[in-house]
Design a protein around this ligand. Structure first.
Ligand code: GLN
Length: 267
């Protein structure tokens, strides 16, 4: 009798475990895809960015984050079958936020540098660019050699910041949260020049009367944008790389660059 009671109790417990197990079916997990499975289970892909970098990411007419990088992240989210969530933050916080898991991807016109590779992994590169110089009309600065000893505005923690800080003799480097903030200070006569990536530089020069973009780039070496991920997320990297390869092959990234350059300039 006692044994039967124990058996019934045991069966009841087993049923409970099974019931709980069955009410939350786990997505069929292919071996070796822990990050992708987690994203699918959460139903969202979190993109970390800094929305002051038109045409790659900026606030659109409806005040939501839009731009080339948003299109790219949206394509990645679609390929995973999840929705895209965007977190707008300071550019110089993105690398560490990605590494500490505050988001899945850093998509921010971010240059793939060896220094950042110590903290995060990068996708394949998807854009080639250079640093450019914006000056007031009539400036005596005509190229990088003329920047020596000048007051230069940059976006904090960017490759433009590194260039002005490490490579320009005697520069007084002023660091801002966004490129447009630096551009406004230049237009107000508080800076001699702003150094920033080519496409945002054209946007800033276009948005401020009296500012011009120099043809000669600040840096001879081109730099490449890539998407940052926490280290070792090989399954996620494979998805991101394959989406990027397809977008590049189809000419989509260039088409979005043309489209959002126009949209941002018209704003
Ligand atoms: N490409 C530059 C960098 O990675 C600037 C990026 C940005 O300001 N969003 O440092």
């Amino acid at each position: 009798m006692k044994n039967i009671k124990m058996l019934v109790a045991l069966l009841a417990a087993l049923c409970l475990v099974l019931a709980v197990g069955c009410s939350k079916p786990a997505a069929p997990a292919a071996a070796g895809t822990p990050t992708v499975d987690k994203i699918k289970a959460a139903g969202k892909l979190i993109m970390l960015t800094n929305a002051g970098f038109a045409p790659y990411e900026f606030l659109g007419a409806d005040n939501s984050v839009t731009g080339v990088d948003v299109e790219i992240a949206q394509a990645i989210a679609e390929s995973l079958g999840v929705k895209l969530e965007i977190v707008d933050m300071d550019f110089d916080s993105i690398v560490f936020a990605v590494q500490s898991g505050k988001g899945d991807l850093g998509v921010a016109g971010m240059t793939n540098t060896e220094e950042r590779q110590k903290t995060v992994d990068f996708s394949i590169n998807y854009v080639d660019t250079v640093q450019k110089i914006i000056v007031p009309e009539g400036s005596t600065i005509t190229g990088p050699a003329d920047l020596a000893g000048k007051t230069i505005g940059v976006q904090m923690g960017t490759t433009g910041d590194l260039f002005a800080t490490d490579e320009v003799e005697g520069a007084n480097v002023q660091r801002y949260k966004t490129g447009p903030d630096a551009g406004a200070e230049l237009a107000a006569g508080k800076l001699d020049a702003v150094v920033i990536d080519a496409a945002p530089a054209a946007q800033i020069a276009g948005a401020n009367a009296g500012l011009v973009l120099l043809d000669t780039p600040a840096t001879a070496e081109p730099e490449q944008y890539a998407i940052a991920m926490a280290k070792g997320k090989e399954d996620l990297k494979a998805v991101v790389d394959s989406v990027l390869e397809k977008l590049i092959a189809e000419g989509k990234i260039q088409a979005w660059l043309d489209e959002y350059n126009e949209i941002a300039l018209a704003q």
